[in-house]
Design a protein around this ligand. Structure first.
Ligand code: UDP
Ligand code: MG
Length: 321
């Protein structure tokens, strides 16, 4: 087997504080892997600037001017982590044999890359980086994140437990993946759908080296919701089941009140009536909301808008499409 060309793909959004620190670490890791003859000398670190409002793009351009191992591309506006990552992977896939995607804040242990490349050399096409401990996350983040994986799996989406977007994917898998045209992206749930031999390596998650998280509760909930509704139609089935159960119960209730009426025990119950109205109203609104979420997704998918637009690159195109 030839020595593979590796592209480390890193989405960055307003990361001027952390980039100067972590870019050096990525460079060292790349050089280390090249020295060990595990990856080819033409391997690169590819930064994707996700429409940052600070100096991130200037830093990336500067890095790529000074050092051949850095490349960058800039999206025309902020499209979110998943779209930025996809842009990087799709750009990289024609120039390399393997990609490793990782966040730029140094939270994920870059030393796990050695094991990832080893697994690739052993014949795996996808290697998931899995957090063995979440000691550095707050209790709240840990609890919400772990519940999220559990709910997703219960709902039938195949997501690797405690795996985020730190993973090795070969260009072979990415070429197949480029046929997945959906605009609602949840990469960690979609990559397993491509198939091929895969495995996991374990690492400890650290604190962010600088700057702040861009995943506040709101964005986290929206990612969780996207994850569930883009991978599973079970919520709609649950609604149907709840609807059926409520219909059966109300049927029993109607029978009961008819019998009561016939034997002359009618009670003028305002409370029970108002409860039933509120309860049914609530269930109906939630159900409509969930169904609306799916219709919204269909709406976005039918428009088929581009998932990202690249406005600048630090390198020449080498593919003809
Ligand atoms: N990110 C991005 N676009 C966004 C938000 C985040 O490209 O709109 C990048 C960010 O620069 C980082 C990664 O996605 O490299 C993960 O973000 P962050 O570290 O803020 O999330 P957390 O680790 O707290 O979940
Ligand atoms: Mg982070």
């Amino acid at each position: 087997m030839n020595i593979p060309v590796l592209y480390i793909v890193i989405p960055c959004y307003n990361e001027e504080e952390v980039l100067p620190i972590t870019s050096r670490l990525f460079e060292e890791k790349l050089k280390g892997l090249i020295e060990k003859n595990k990856i080819a000398e033409t391997s690169r670190v590819l930064f994707v600037d996700d429409g940052s409002k600070d100096k991130t793009w200037e830093i990336i351009k500067d890095l790529s001017n000074k050092n051949d191992c850095f490349e960058g591309l800039k999206l025309s506006r902020n499209r979110g982590h998943q779209n930025a990552l996809l842009a990087g992977l799709m750009e990289a896939k024609d120039s390399c044999d393997i990609t490793i995607s990782i966040d730029c804040d140094g939270q994920d242990d870059i030393n796990a890359m050695d094991a990832m490349v080893d697994e690739y050399l052993n014949g795996c096409e996808i290697v998931y980086g899995v957090r063995s401990k979440r000691a550095t996350d707050t209790f709240f983040k840990r609890f919400t994140a772990e519940s999220f994986y559990k709910i997703l799996n219960k709902l039938g989406a195949e997501v690797v437990y405690n795996h985020a977007d730190y993973r090795l994917v070969s260009s072979k898998v990415l070429k197949e993946f480029s046929n997945f045209k959906e605009v609602n992206l949840f990469l960690r749930g979609m990559i397993p759908l491509v198939g091929f031999k895969s495995t996991s390596v374990y690492y400890e998650r650290h604190e962010r080296m600088a700057g702040e998280s861009h995943y506040p509760l709101g964005k986290m909930l929206s990612l969780a919701f996207d994850g569930i509704t883009s991978l599973s139609v079970k919520p709609i089935r649950i609604i149907t089941a709840v609807g059926l159960i409520i219909a059966l119960l109300s049927f029993a209730g109607v029978l009961w009140s008819l019998i009561m009426h016939l034997i002359g025990h009618t009670i003028s119950g305002w409370a029970s009536m108002i409860c039933a109205v509120f309860f049914l109203g609530g269930v109906q609104l939630v159900s409509l909301g969930v169904i609306g979420e799916y219709i919204g997704k269909i709406y976005m998918e039918t428009k088929g808008r581009p998932r990202y637009i690249i406005s600048e690159k630090t390198f020449e195109d080498n593919n003809n499409d």
